[in-house]
Design a binder for this molecule. Structure first.
Ligand code: UDP
Length: 260
């Protein structure tokens, strides 16, 4: 597939034009950022792993009827995707309390929510992606209320599916972020962006070991090794993606999680 000009460069991905009408190429970089761009690093192999993991998850979601932008993976770092106009909202889905929710509301880390919580954040780096309400989204025209209902319904379906998928490989899905967009070809609202350890919190079910971007955010080390472990458990790591050694996990120990 011939790659056209660069259309957009984000923190972890680049979008290029493709030869096909209404399709673009999504390129996964090794760059990692956290804390609103204040922390930056290049993590060799991360982009390759996220490309594979996101391809796997989005294909599985398509198989269960959740439409998304993925057409096909093109190579180690690139995917062909539908061109979509991204809704400027991050849809955060939470099953267990951690991260910004702990700080914002003072709720104890590890609290298991009695039902999934969906939060909306306005995608704006300068403002630090502030939390907004359905009413903000409606009044400022970022999405209509009927589009929002459709999206939140999809968020819950995606959460159900992903929780089951990860439970099957002994991983707890703590929380994650989704983005949706309006597909250029037909105007339909579809799931876009990526689903990977960059955008999910994934904990080993026995040890609560973090297998996601928090290893970078919190300087825990072994970032690529943790992403590799997720790919390995998903059964998609058939080739060596970098020269790092496979991660060695400690023997499982009992972990207590406080139930509210
Ligand atoms: N998240 C993301 N991109 C963002 C913000 C959050 O992918 O710009 C993901 C993050 O990885 C986590 C979930 O959304 O899985 C909830 O993040 P939280 O609001 O707790 O943010 P943080 O603690 O990172 O500030």
């Amino acid at each position: 597939m011939k790659k056209g000009k660069k259309l957009y460069e984000g923190k972890a991905k680049i979008i290029f034009a493709s030869a096909e009408k209404n399709l673009v190429i999504q390129h996964f970089k090794d760059d990692a950022t956290a804390f609103n761009n204040q922390k930056k690093a290049n993590i060799e192999g991360k982009g390759i792993l996220n490309n594979r993991i996101s391809e796997h998850i989005l294909s599985a979601l398509k198989d269960v009827g959740i439409e998304n932008h993925l057409i096909k993976r093109l190579n180690m770092r690139e995917q062909l995707i539908d061109l979509a106009e991204i809704i400027p909202i991050e849809f955060i889905v939470r099953n267990i309390v951690t991260g910004s929710l702990t700080k914002r509301l003072g709720i104890e880390e590890g609290t298991i929510l009695n039902k999934p919580l969906i939060e909306f954040c306005y995608k704006n780096d300068q403002l630090g992606d502030p939390l907004v309400s359905r009413e903000h989204i409606d009044v400022f025209g970022w999405a209509t209320l009927s589009e929002l209902n459709l999206i939140t319904d999809q968020c819950l379906r995606i959460n159900d599916f992903l929780q089951g998928m990860f439970r099957g490989i002994n991983i707890k899905l703590i929380d994650f972020k989704l983005e949706f967009g309006k597909r250029k070809s037909d105007g339909k609202i579809i799931l876009a962006d990526e689903i990977s350890p960059d955008t999910c919190r994934l904990w080993d079910a026995d040890t609560d070991k973090k297998l996601d971007k928090d290893r970078f955010r919190k300087d825990l080390g072994d970032v690529v090794e943790a992403y590799q472990e997720v790919a390995r458990r998903l059964g998609i790591l058939h080739e060596q993606v970098s020269n790092v050694r496979p991660i060695k996990f400690p023997k499982p120990t009992a972990v207590k999680i406080k139930k509210k």
